[in-house]
Design a protein around this ligand. Structure first.
Ligand code: FE2
Length: 162
């Protein structure tokens, strides 16, 4: 992933909590399919259940639901493709994940970064996400400020454990 890349978070009109159409589970599926399709071009039901640690029967059910919503193209041989709308949302979901994960690494969180990212990503607003994205880029642009923050943080954490 190109670290200089700036993500403008657009194209996912379903994010606002009040008009949210996708559940967290649906978002997890879509993000994983998008991620896997980027590398392999398609995803199989079995691969998806393994990646998400869920039973193939639940995977099939969810894939059918997302297909009915017009986000997936799933017909035969257990091969899952994304529609244009599915790609648009999947791209956003992956970028959202990357922004949050990058933020947690930047501020030097040490434990459970992936689990934390998964918990945060489904509930964050677009505005907050944009601000975090800008903050990530700010710290990259001014590493000396980040260094000061890390020093400060380490000092504070030491004080707390005394
Ligand atoms: Fe994620």
């Amino acid at each position: 992933m190109d670290k200089q890349q700036f993500y403008t978070v657009r194209g996912y009109e379903l994010l606002d909590q009040d008009k949210r159409l996708l559940t967290s589970a649906m978002e997890d599926y879509l993000e994983m399919i998008y991620r896997n399709n980027l590398q392999e071009g398609y995803t199989r039901i079995n691969t998806l259940s393994e990646l998400l640690n869920v039973r193939p029967s639940s995977t099939t059910k969810m894939v059918q639901k997302l297909t009915n919503m017009g986000l997936l193209d799933y017909k035969r041989y257990g091969i899952i493709l994304l529609t244009d709308e599915g790609k648009k949302i999947g791209k956003f979901l992956l970028e959202r994940h990357i922004i949050i994960e990058r933020f947690l690494r930047t501020i030097d969180v040490n434990e459970n970064i992936l689990a934390q990212t998964e918990l945060i990503e489904h509930n964050i607003s677009r505005d907050t996400l944009n601000c975090i994205d800008i903050l990530n880029n700010f710290f990259e642009r001014y590493p000396e400020i980040l260094e000061k923050f890390i020093d400060y943080k380490n000092k504070k954490m030491k004080e707390e454990t005394i």
